[in-house]
Write a protein that binds this ligand. Structure first.
Ligand code: SF4
Ligand code: SF4
Length: 171
């Protein structure tokens, strides 16, 4: 198993433990911040749509076969990235994700399956949703930079909720 698989798996397990043991009040607060992140991702996706990236990407996939998920995937997803990913995911599916990461025998992103990413748009890490490495142009990245502060605020709020969870403070 590669080092990044080990790190990804460790952070996923931390996220699962917190998600599945946090209080009802913390869950409600977390849902608000997870929704903020999903909404920001949709705004970035809408910008990508306006620039034609999404359409060009879909057209290219039969040829490129998702090359970006093979070579440019994020190797340092944090417990917060995984928390957002699994927050609305049933526990059985969380376990499947854990197995996929552990059992992948590849140098590619362990989450990419033969027919694409295991994760839905809502579940995908922020960095994956906003990537489009083949089509980036400066204006797209400037708009993304403007949103970084909002993404960071939501991530910081979730980190605060983690600190209230005994299973995280004992890690
Ligand atoms: S961003 Fe590029 S490599 Fe990735 S799926 Fe789209 S066209 Fe393919
Ligand atoms: S998590 Fe999904 S979208 Fe992100 S690099 Fe891996 S396979 Fe691609």
């Amino acid at each position: 198993m590669t080092h990044f698989q080990t790190c990804m798996h460790e952070n996923l397990i931390i996220a699962m433990n917190v998600r599945n043991t946090m209080s009802k009040e913390s869950k409600q607060a977390a849902q608000v911040h997870v929704n903020e992140v999903i909404s920001l991702k949709r705004q970035m996706e809408s910008i990508a749509d306006q620039r034609g990236f999404s359409k060009r990407c879909k057209t290219a996939i039969p040829i490129c076969k998702g090359e970006c998920c093979k070579w440019q995937f994020p190797k340092n997803l944090t417990h917060i990235d995984f928390f957002i990913t699994i927050f609305n995911m049933p526990e059985e599916e969380q376990k499947t994700l854990s197995k996929i990461i552990l059992q992948a025998n590849t140098d590619y992103c362990p989450i990419v399956l033969k027919n694409g990413c295991f994760l839905s748009f809502e579940q995908r890490p922020v960095i994956c949703t906003n990537a489009y490495p083949c089509f980036n142009d400066r204006s797209y990245w400037v708009e993304k930079e403007e949103k970084i502060i909002l993404f960071k605020k939501a991530f910081d709020s979730l980190e605060e909720l983690f600190k209230d969870c005994p299973c995280f403070t004992n890690v």
